[in-house]
Write a new protein. Structure first.
Length: 558
C-alpha cells in the first residue's frame, strides 16, 4: 500500500502575496532562467488552495572531480551528473508555504523564509523528555554548539544557558498531535526537526497536505510552548523603533572605527550544513569586488566598508552578499545558498547600561527577560505538586529532631542528618549527602532560614552531594554503607546509586511566612534557579517544598 505521508521540509514565507501571481513574482527569476525551470499548471483544481509548482534539472556534462582525477592519475573520464529540483508553493488561509523536492530548497529565496517558523512549532510539540538534537548559538561569541542524542533525552541534559545561548534548531519526538502521520496507526512515533524550516512527515494526498499545514499553523498561532521548552523563545528581537535607530547609528560608527572586537563573523543559524559542505565562498561587497576561497576574513570585509563615506557603510553592508558553492570552480549549478552578508555579521553594541547584540539581521537585548525568567522558574519549582509531604515544624524544634520526625513518616525513610561521608578532595573534611532518604531514593535536604545565607548553603550542599555521588565511587560506597547502617539493614542501596530527584525543604522565618515566589529572598531565587538548572543538566529533578509551622506549642514526641 502506498504511504500516506512523506518526510519533507516545510517553510513559511513572508512578504509574499498569497496567490499564484504573488508567489511567482517572489521567486528569483534569474536563477530559474539559468536552470531552465518549468512551471506546471496541470490539474490545478486538485489542490483546494492556490498553488504553484515548478521543476528543473540541474545537469553537468562532466562531474567536478573528473578533471582533478585526470591530473592526479592520468585517467581521462567523463561522467555526467544530473540532479532534480522542484518547488511547490501553497497559499493556505492567507499565508504562503513552500516545500522543496530534492534540490528544490535552493529555489526558495532566503530573504522570504520565516527563520523561526519551524522552531516555533517544535517548541510547542516536541516532547521535552525525548529531545534528539539541539543547535544553540552563544551570544557574543560567534560560536555554534551542535548536540545530538539519537535515542532522545530530557532537554535539561543539553545544558543550554538560557540567557546566553540562542537556540536555532530543535529535534525530537512529537507529543500527541493532529497530523496525518499520527493518525495513520496507534503507537506511531513521529519525529520533527524545527529551525527555519520544519522537517516532518507531511500528507501526500491534497486534502491531507492542506490539513497538516493548517494544523501546524494552528499550533504556532494559538498554542503556548511547553514549559520545559519555553526558553527557546525567551530571547526576542528588539521592536522599539527609537532604540533600533540608535543601534543602527552606533553600528554605522563602529563600521568606520578600527577593529575592536565589537564586530565578529558568525554562521547563520540555518546555514551550518551549507557552511560545512562549502568548497568555495563568493563575497560581493556593495555589488562589486568578488573574493573567492573556502572562507572569508572579517578584516577584508571591514577594510572594504571603511572606504565608504560616513553614513553609507551600513547601507553598503546591506547590499553585500555571501554565496556558498559546493565546489571550488563555483559554477552556478554548484551554488548551495546565497545570503545577505549582514546575516553573517554579529555586533555587540551598548546604549548606556543596556547591552545589545546584532545576530542574523536582528537586534536582541542581552538579559532583557532574565528577571522575568527567574521568577517563572521559581514559581514552577515552588508551586509544583510535591512528591514528598513534609510534616509541620514544631515551634522551637531543632533541625535534627525535625529530620527524625520525617524519617518516622513511614517505612523506608532513613534519617541521615549528620551521617556524613568522607570528602575525597580533602581527607580532613566530610560531606553531608542529605538529611533524609525517602523510600523511592529521593534526597531531602532541610533548612530553616531567616535570610538568604543559609539557603545558599543548602543549595550548594545539594550540588556538592549530587556531584560527589556522580563522580566518586568511594563516596557512593560510603553512602550505601551509611544507609545500610542507619536503616538497621533494611535498606540496601545500589553501589552505583545516583539520585533522580532532590527535594529542598524550607521553613521560612520560623514559618511566620508561607514560602512563595514572592516571599523567597531575591538572592535565593537566583541561586535556586542556577542550582536547579545545573542539577537538571545532570538528570536530577528538583522540588522545593515549603514547610508549615505547627500551631501547637506542644513539643513533638520523640
Amino acid at each position: 500500500m502506498a504511504p500516506s505521508t512523506s518526510l519533507r521540509t516545510l517553510y513559511r514565507l513572508v512578504d509574499v502575496v498569497p496567490n499564484r501571481d504573488g508567489m511567482r513574482a517572489a521567486l528569483d527569476h534569474e536563477q530559474l532562467a539559468s536552470l531552465d525551470a518549468e512551471f506546471h499548471d496541470a490539474h490545478h483544481e486538485r489542490l483546494p488552495v492556490p498553488w504553484l509548482f515548478l521543476s528543473a534539472g540541474i545537469e553537468k556534462e562532466k562531474a567536478a572531480w573528473c578533471d582533478e582525477i585526470a591530473r592526479t592519475t592520468g585517467c581521462d573520464v567523463s561522467e555526467r551528473v544530473r540532479r532534480t529540483a522542484a518547488l511547490l508553493m501553497l497559499a493556505v488561509d492567507g499565508e504562503v508555504y513552500a516545500i522543496g523536492y530534492d534540490q528544490g530548497y535552493r529555489l526558495i529565496p532566503d530573504r522570504l523564509k520565516d527563520r523561526r517558523f519551524g522552531l516555533r512549532y517544535a517548541a510547542r510539540q516536541v516532547d521535552p523528555l525525548q529531545v534528539r538534537g539541539l543547535i544553540a548559538h552563544t551570544m557574543g561569541e560567534a560560536r555554534t554548539d551542535i548536540a545530538l542524542v539519537p535515542g532522545g533525552t530530557s532537554v535539561t541534559r543539553f545544558g543550554v544557558r538560557e540567557h546566553q545561548q540562542f537556540v536555532t534548531s530543535l529535534r525530537g519526538v512529537l507529543q500527541s498531535n493532529g497530523l496525518t502521520r499520527a493518525q495513520s496507526g496507534r503507537g506511531v512515533t513521529v519525529s520533527v526537526e524545527g529551525g527555519a524550516g520544519l522537517r516532518l512527515p507531511l500528507g501526500i494526498e491534497p486534502a491531507d497536505l492542506v490539513a497538516d499545514i493548517r494544523e501546524i499553523a494552528r499550533v504556532c498561532r494559538y498554542d503556548s510552548p511547553d514549559p520545559a521548552l519555553e526558553f527557546v523563545e525567551h530571547i526576542t528581537p528588539v521592536k522599539d523603533t527609537a532604540t533600533l535607530a540608535l543601534l543602527e547609528q552606533e553600528l554605522e560608527a563602529a563600521l568606520g572605527d578600527p577593529a575592536d572586537g565589537r564586530i565578529t563573523l558568525g554562521v547563520p543559524g540555518d546555514h551550518w550544513t551549507y557552511y560545512q559542505a562549502a568548497g568555495a565562498v563568493q563575497l560581493r561587497i556593495d555589488g562589486c569586488g568578488v573574493t573567492m576561497g573556502d572562507a572569508f576574513e572579517l578584516d577584508h570585509v571591514l577594510d572594504r566598508l571603511r572606504t565608504r563615506p560616513a553614513g553609507g557603510r551600513l547601507a553598503a553592508l546591506r547590499r553585500s552578499t555571501v554565496t556558498l558553492y559546493c565546489h571550488q570552480r563555483a559554477a552556478h549549478e554548484d551554488r548551495l545558498v546565497a545570503t545577505p552578508l549582514l546575516r553573517w555579521i554579529e555586533a555587540g553594541i551598548s546604549l548606556g547600561e543596556r547591552r545589545f547584540l546584532l545576530m542574523d539581521c536582528e537586534w536582541y537585548e542581552i538579559g532583557a527577560r532574565y528577571l522575568a525568567a527567574i521568577k517563572d522558574t521559581v514559581t514552577r519549582l515552588i508551586n509544583r505538586p510535591p512528591s514528598v509531604e513534609l510534616p509541620a515544624w514544631e515551634p522551637g524544634e531543632k533541625e535534627d529532631l525535625y529530620n527524625e520526625s520525617i524519617a518516622r513518616m513511614g517505612d523506608g525513610y532513613v534519617c541521615l542528618d549528620r551521617k556524613n561521608v568522607g570528602n575525597p578532595l580533602k581527607a580532613a573534611n566530610e560531606v553531608e549527602i542529605c538529611d533524609v532518604l525517602t523510600p523511592d531514593n529521593t534526597l531531602v535536604l532541610v533548612k530553616r532560614a531567616h535570610r538568604s545565607g543559609p539557603l545558599s548553603h543548602l543549595f550548594s550542599q545539594g550540588l556538592v552531594a549530587v556531584q560527589m555521588l556522580k563522580e566518586s565511587a568511594e563516596v557512593r560506597a560510603q553512602f550505601a554503607r551509611k544507609v545500610f547502617e542507619q536503616s538497621r539493614g533494611r535498606r540496601i542501596m545500589p553501589l552505583d546509586f545516583v539520585p533522580r530527584r532532590l527535594v529542598f525543604g524550607i521553613l521560612l522565618k520560623d514559618g511566620t511566612e508561607e514560602l512563595t515566589p514572592e516571599t523567597l529572598f531575591p538572592f535565593s531565587q537566583v541561586t535556586l534557579v542556577e542550582t536547579a538548572k545545573t542539577l537538571r543538566s545532570w538528570g536530577v529533578e528538583v522540588e522545593v517544598v515549603g514547610i508549615r509551622a505547627a500551631p501547637s506549642q506542644t513539643p513533638r514526641a520523640a
